[in-house]
Design a protein around this ligand. Structure first.
Ligand code: 4NP
Length: 155
């Protein structure tokens, strides 16, 4: 089993989108029993809440169901449980690196390291317009495909 945790700030926009998109790719590849997919936030702001309604709507229009996800905060045990903790931007990458026990720090990476479009961060769409939410799905779909290929190669 390979275990992946997607991480953003609030766990209501970017990381639940990544969870929903990657979960579907994993299912389409028939790898549900081999790859575990979850998401969490570095902040406690939205614990227990469903994803932002704009994220749910944008993802739904593109075939992804985020409605059953509930926000949770990253905890120290996550660094033991997961094999990869993938941050949506540099701020959350640094937060994870600071939290991580030294021996697990190499599990923390930028999610877009797996993307093909020479971008490094999934921009926070929370205070912006609808376009930001579409851009999140575009960037996440691209990196999710790269991530699946990488995990397949290392199985
Ligand atoms: P996320 O977006 O990190 O992609 O879930 C945000 C959600 C909430 C806030 C910031 C970013 N906030 O400040 O409440």
């Amino acid at each position: 089993m390979q275990r992946v945790l997607f991480v953003c700030l609030g766990n209501i926009c970017r990381s639940p989108t990544a969870q929903g998109v990657f979960q579907r790719l994993v299912e389409e590849a028939g790898l549900e029993g081999q790859i575990e997919v979850e998401s969490a936030g570095t902040s406690a702001y939205h614990i227990g809440q469903p994803p932002d309604s704009r994220s749910i709507a944008t993802a739904s229009a593109r075939g992804y169901d985020l409605s059953s996800i509930r926000a949770q905060q990253v905890i120290e045990a996550d660094f033991l449980h997961y094999d990869l903790l993938l941050a949506m931007d540099g701020e959350n990458l640094r937060a994870l690196q600071q939290m991580a026990p030294v021996q697990h720090r190499n599990k923390v990476e930028l999610f877009l390291n797996y993307g093909s479009c020479n971008r490094h961060e999934v921009p926070d769409p929370y205070y912006g317009g609808e376009n930001g939410f579409e851009e999140v799905v575009d960037l996440v779909e691209d990196a999710a495909r790269g991530l699946l290929n990488k995990l397949r190669d290392t199985q």
